[in-house]
Design a protein around this ligand. Structure first.
Ligand code: ADP
Ligand code: MG
Length: 468
């Protein structure tokens, strides 16, 4: 930092600020010295207090809250009349044009290059996630419009806080904003996890000031998944100050989270209240029409991209739209599975095949699978009684159905091995593992077995005897 314009003052007084700084350096260590203390310039000495300067309010607050006592103690050793320190904020940037974005030229040894590198590495805006391919429905319209608004008219809503469950399009929207503004503004897009990582890293490598300056130099700061920011007081402190500094200078801040601000845990109240102070919008689960629209759009996109023969029937599209309801990511995942199926088997799946390949994505709430229903269906299928299935008899005609029922319970319910064991007349969990493995093996080499399992799955899951 530029010391020269204050040197004339040093001559006038007894107190030698440079000496004091070096003593503080010994006391607090090089790291703290380089990050903070070196930034302090001497301005003037009065009867009983000292006027010092720092380049920003943040540095002043940080130093005041952490190092002021030690600084004062050191000063008092030289001049005990001094009983307090005042800080003045003098922004050196205007005078010596040390713009933080231009840090490289002031760092010939490349010490801060990690910030540059990480900028390139982690500030990648995904060009495939744009406003143009974000489909709108009643569940996401408000979030979409707010995002559009801030990308057209910076700090119209500031901060903008978008929340909603996983896979509903938050990252897509943040990306779209970043993509749009990137042409004309300095945009920083970072996940809260990455922010924490960079923070810790810059403390370790003694680059805290640059970290701070770097973030404060953006016109648009997009922070994804803020719920992952936790604990670490110092980091929240930094975040809070960055946040305020950016808002003060009219930069736009956009935050995403999986929950509303007041539900964030481990985040300081004052930060939450700052989040609530702008516009808070949510994204709901997609409604049927939006799901239908997304399926159609994604299928067409794939057809255009790969010229695949993807004439997925209306029936299947309807089925997907009504059954895959949780989020958009799963919807996209469902389409991808259908595409993989059609590439492997060189045909589009039938409806019953679709049900099987998407089993885990389908909303089975209204069709809860119980161990009892599995046992009943399997017994009926193999024409044995439930007593026989649950007995300890080991005749072959009972062993296979029993193992099949155990296998189906394992894959179609969330029961643990001991729980399954209990429901099958207190069998040991090793017996359960053995049964599951046996059926898996037989399924591999015996097409009849595989067929039976698929038929049974269909009956259990959909109460239908469709073949596959
Ligand atoms: P989140 O960040 O909320 O977990 P993402 O933004 O990562 O969700 O969205 C998950 C996937 O769904 C992405 O591939 C995204 O492009 C897609 N997606 C989400 N919402 C929409 C939408 N409304 N229109 C088109 N694609 C969407
Ligand atoms: Mg996301």
């Amino acid at each position: 930092m530029n010391n020269s314009r204050f040197n004339k003052n040093i001559e006038k007084i007894n107190l030698d600020w440079t000496t004091i700084q070096s003593e503080i350096k010994v006391k607090l260590g090089t790291d703290i010295y380089e990050s903070w203390i070196r930034k302090i310039n001497f301005v003037e000495e009065f009867n009983n207090y000292l006027l010092l300067s720092v380049p920003t309010r943040f540095i002043r607050d940080w130093i005041t809250s952490r190092y002021l006592d030690q600084i004062l103690q050191t000063i008092k050793k030289h001049k005990k009349e001094i009983i307090r320190i005042e800080f003045k904020i003098i922004d050196d940037d205007a005078n010596n044009d040390e713009k933080s974005i231009d840090l490289k030229k002031h760092n010939p040894n490349g010490k801060i290059s990690f910030i540059k590198d990480s900028y390139l590495q982690y500030n990648r805006i995904d060009p495939n996630k744009r406003f143009e391919n974000f489909l709108i429905g009643s569940s996401n319209k408000i979030a979409f419009e707010a995002s559009k608004k801030v990308s057209e008219n910076i700090s119209y809503y500031n901060p903008l806080y978008i929340y909603g469950g996983v896979g509903l399009g938050k990252t897509h929207l943040l990306n779209s904003i970043g993509h749009k503004l990137n042409e004309s503004k300095k945009v920083m897009f970072i996940s809260a996890e990455r922010f924490m990582y960079q923070f810790v890293k810059s403390i370790k490598s003694n680059d805290m000031v640059k970290f701070k300056e770097y973030f404060r130099n953006t016109d648009v700061l997009l922070i994804d998944d803020i719920q992952f920011m936790n604990g670490k007081e110092a980091m929240q402190e930094e975040f809070f100050h960055t946040f305020n500094a950016l808002l003060d200078k009219g930069s736009q801040i956009i935050v995403s989270a999986d929950r509303p601000p007041n539900k964030l845990s481990r985040i300081q109240e004052r930060i939450k209240s700052r989040f609530s102070g702008g516009l808070v919008v949510d994204i709901q689960k997609p409604e049927y029409d939006l799901r239908r629209k997304i399926i159609n759009y994604k299928i067409n996109e794939l057809i255009n991209l790969y010229s695949d023969n993807l004439n997925i029937s209306e029936e299947i599209q309807d089925f997907l739209s009504s059954k895959v309801t949780t989020n958009v990511r799963e919807l996209v995942g469902a389409i991808n599975r259908i595409v993989s199926f059609s590439r492997i088997y060189k045909k589009l799946p039938s409806l019953s095949e679709t049900k099987i390949i998407l089993k885990d994505l389908l909303n089975l709430n209204d069709n809860i699978v119980t161990i009892d229903s599995i046992q009943t269906i399997v017994c009926k299928f193999f024409k044995i009684s439930k007593n026989e299935m649950l007995s300890s008899r080991r005749s072959r005609y009972l062993v296979r159905p029993r193992q099949t029922a155990i296998y189906l319970t394992k894959i179609l319910t969330t029961k643990s091995l001991p729980e399954i064991g209990r429901e099958f007349s207190n069998r040991d969990h090793t017996t359960i593992i053995h049964s599951v493995k046996t059926i898996e093996r037989l399924k591999e080499k015996n097409p009849d077995m595989n067929d039976n399992i698929n038929k049974l799955k269909n009956i259990i899951l959909y109460n239908k005897e469709n073949e596959i």
